[in-house]
Design a protein around this ligand. Structure first.
Ligand code: SF4
Length: 378
């Protein structure tokens, strides 16, 4: 079959199945990405969530022998929540970043890519394909950039002219040689809004991210959060997208093209206190279908405790004391103690002192000391 004709048929079919943007790229080695990854590795800027070696992440034919092209897809997601519940003094709420508002995008994009793959294999029976979304070896962003989906912003997001950077990306490697699209020109110019807005200086320089300082990554870790980042989290309990919110390309951008990505307000902005005592079963039922649950409930509970500390929520003190005294996980007990100290009322300090008499874990005891070092509110 003529690949130009198939290319057009794929574009038409992608619209039919609800793909917002599609682009074609060569499967050549990603040379500049390889250099950047090596530099990042040397500087210790990686998140640790990366899959595969640098070679696998930059040489598509290591993933699919005789790879010739990569098809990149983008699906837009909403940036605003209609009727979002308000955080009140009595019932404080946390927030998931926008990319985790609806049904887990990995699932939705994977289904679209499987359909595309079947479509191609139906037209060319000896075609081979390999698809990936976020957790594969390839960089979704590097592929999307090469396929003309968008340009790579200084905030490291792919910025599309149509949907800003509020897009999920996925790709399909194939041995079919399609004519590639042309990459877009860089659109950041002299703007530095995202660099200026990043509270931790994680955007080291245009286009380079130190994942070890990025709050979006840090919300997903399972250990104690390093002290310096705790006051910067606000009420984010998963992800952090300030560098996208401030971007001029995202102003007035709010697409609701996919029912799956519509936020469920009470899930996307959950009440914080109930999160402290949520059972595994309830957690799975409430949050199991969203991307932000992939690390389990522990990081979210740790972040919920920090958010309650951030709000100085006195109504949460009893629940937090119960967690500090009874939770089997040291990270949760210790973070509860730290946040109780942050709230700073007499009752919280007294509870920390009492708990210290029974606590045996060194790290938790250290957090309790830090909690007691906060100033008491009079
Ligand atoms: Fe580029 Fe400015 Fe957007 Fe940052 S905020 S990605 S510098 S346009």
């Amino acid at each position: 079959m003529n690949t130009d004709q198939l290319r057009q048929e794929i574009i038409d079919y992608s619209k039919e199945i609800g793909i917002d943007k599609i682009g074609f790229a060569s499967a050549d080695v990603f040379d500049s990405l390889k250099d950047r990854l090596k530099r990042q590795q040397k500087l210790g800027y990686q998140s640790g969530f990366e899959k595969g070696s640098i070679e696998e992440r930059t040489e598509p034919d290591r993933l699919l022998p005789e790879a010739k092209s990569i098809i990149s897809i983008a699906l837009a997601y909403p940036s605003r929540m209609k009727n979002g519940p308000k955080s009140t003094k009595e019932e404080r709420r946390g927030v998931f970043c926008r990319a985790s508002w609806g049904v887990d995008y990995h699932k939705v994009l994977r289904e679209k890519l499987e359909k595309l793959s079947a479509f191609i294999e139906d037209k060319i029976p000896d075609a081979s394909t390999k698809l990936m979304v976020d957790t594969g070896e390839l960089s979704d962003r590097a592929v999307a950039e090469r396929a003309g989906i968008g340009f790579s912003g200084k905030n490291t997001a792919i910025i599309t002219p149509e949907f800003g950077s509020y897009v999920y990306l996925g790709e399909l490697i194939t041995n079919v040689p399609f004519v590639p699209d042309t990459p877009l020109e860089d659109g950041c110019g002299s703007c530095t809004k995202c660099l200026d807005a990043c509270p931790t200086g994680a955007l080291v320089q245009g286009g380079q991210l130190n994942a070890q300082r990025c709050l979006a990554f840090l919300t997903q870790t399972k250990d104690f959060l390093p002290d310096e980042f705790r006051p910067k989290m606000g009420n984010f309990i998963y992800g952090f997208d300030t560098c996208q919110v401030v971007c001029p390309y995202n102003k007035h951008v709010d697409f609701h093209n996919h029912p799956e990505f519509e936020p469920e307000p009470d899930v996307a902005k959950p009440k914080l206190k109930p999160m402290l005592r949520i059972s595994n079963r309830e957690f799975k039922e409430t949050f199991g279908h969203i991307a932000g649950s992939w690390r389990g409930k522990k990081p979210l509970q740790r972040n919920a405790l920090l958010a309650l500390g951030h709000y100085k929520d006195e109504t949460a003190v009893d629940d937090m004391i119960a967690v500090m005294n009874n939770d089997p996980r040291p990270v949760i007990r210790g973070t509860a103690a730290w946040s109780l100290g942050k709230i700073g009322i007499k009752e919280a300090f007294a509870a920390i002192r009492e708990a210290m008499e029974k606590e045996t874990d060194e790290e938790v005891l250290a957090e309790m000391e830090k909690g007691l070092a906060f100033k008491e509110v009079v």
